[in-house]
Design a protein around this ligand. Sequence first.
Ligand SMILES: NC(=O)c1ccc[n+]([C@@H]2O[C@H](COP(=O)([O-])OP(=O)(O)OC[C@H]3O[C@@H](n4cnc5c(N)ncnc54)[C@H](OP(=O)(O)O)[C@@H]3O)[C@@H](O)[C@H]2O)c1
Length: 224
Amino acid sequence: MSRIFFLMFAGMVMCVSQAMADPLKIGVIGSGNVGGTLGTLWVKAGHSVMFSSRHPEELTDLVNSAGPNAQAGSVSDAATWGDVIVLSVPYGAMPELSEKVQGKLDGKVVLSTSNPFGGRDAEVGRKALEMGVASADQQYLPGIHLVRAFNAIGYASMKDQSGKDKAIAVFADDAQARDMGARLVRDAGFLPVIFPLARANEGLPGGPLSGLWNEAELKRKVGL
Ligand SMILES: NC(=O)c1ccc[n+]([C@@H]2O[C@H](COP(=O)([O-])OP(=O)(O)OC[C@H]3O[C@@H](n4cnc5c(N)ncnc54)[C@H](OP(=O)(O)O)[C@@H]3O)[C@@H](O)[C@H]2O)c1
C-alpha cells in the first residue's frame, strides 16, 4: 500500500515539476464554470493562464483566486497570447467566435470542452451533432490542431476528482494535438485515454465514452 502511495506521490511531483520546468501559456476562451475551473488547476500545476471574457474587467476574483500566474484579457488577447488555447463556450457562440479569432489560432492546439446541444444551441448545435462535433469545430476554426477533452465531466468533479487517478477520454488525430491534450489532462490531475476525433460524439454528455472512469472500466472500454 505504501509503495502505491509513493508511486502516486512521485507521479504527482514529476507532473508538477515538468509543468514548472517547461510551463505553458494557456489562453482560455470562455472563463465560466469549466474554463475557470480547468484554468485554475493549470495555474496550480505551474502554467501561466490568461482567462478571457467579453468583459475581462469582471474576471478579477477568478484571477486573484487562481494565483500569481493568472491574468485577464479579451478574447482576442487570449487567442494571440496563448501557446495553446482552451475553448469553453456554449456551442451556439461558435459562429461569432469563428469571426472574432479568424487567423489568430492557425497552427495552434485548441482543446475544446464545448458541447453542442440541439435545444440550447439551436440550429448551430443540431448541425454540429449531425455532421460530427469534431468536423464542426474544424469548420469554424480551420487550421487548428484540434483536441477535445473534459466534455462530459461536471466542472465540480474536475475540481474534486483531480489527482485521484481517474481517466477521461481525449479525442485527437495529429501528434501535436494528442500530446498537448494528454499533457493538459495530466496536468489537471487526470489520466488521458486517447481516441480518434471520429469518435468525439461518443464523448459528449450521455455518450458511451463520457464521464470519469476507474481503471477496470477504462480497460473494458478500450478493450484490454
Ligand atoms: N458545466 C459543466 O460541468 C460542463 C462540463 C463539460 C463540458 N461543458 C461544456 O463546456 C462549455 C462551457 O460550459 P460552462 O458550464 O463553463 O459555461 P459557462 O459557465 O456559461 O461559461 C461559458 C463562457 O463562455 C463565454 N461566452 C459565451 N458566449 C461567448 C461568445 N459569443 N464569445 C466569447 N465567449 C463567449 C462566456 O464568457 P463572457 O460572458 O464572460 O464573455 C462564459 O463565461 C459548454 O459548451 C458546455 O456544454 C460544461
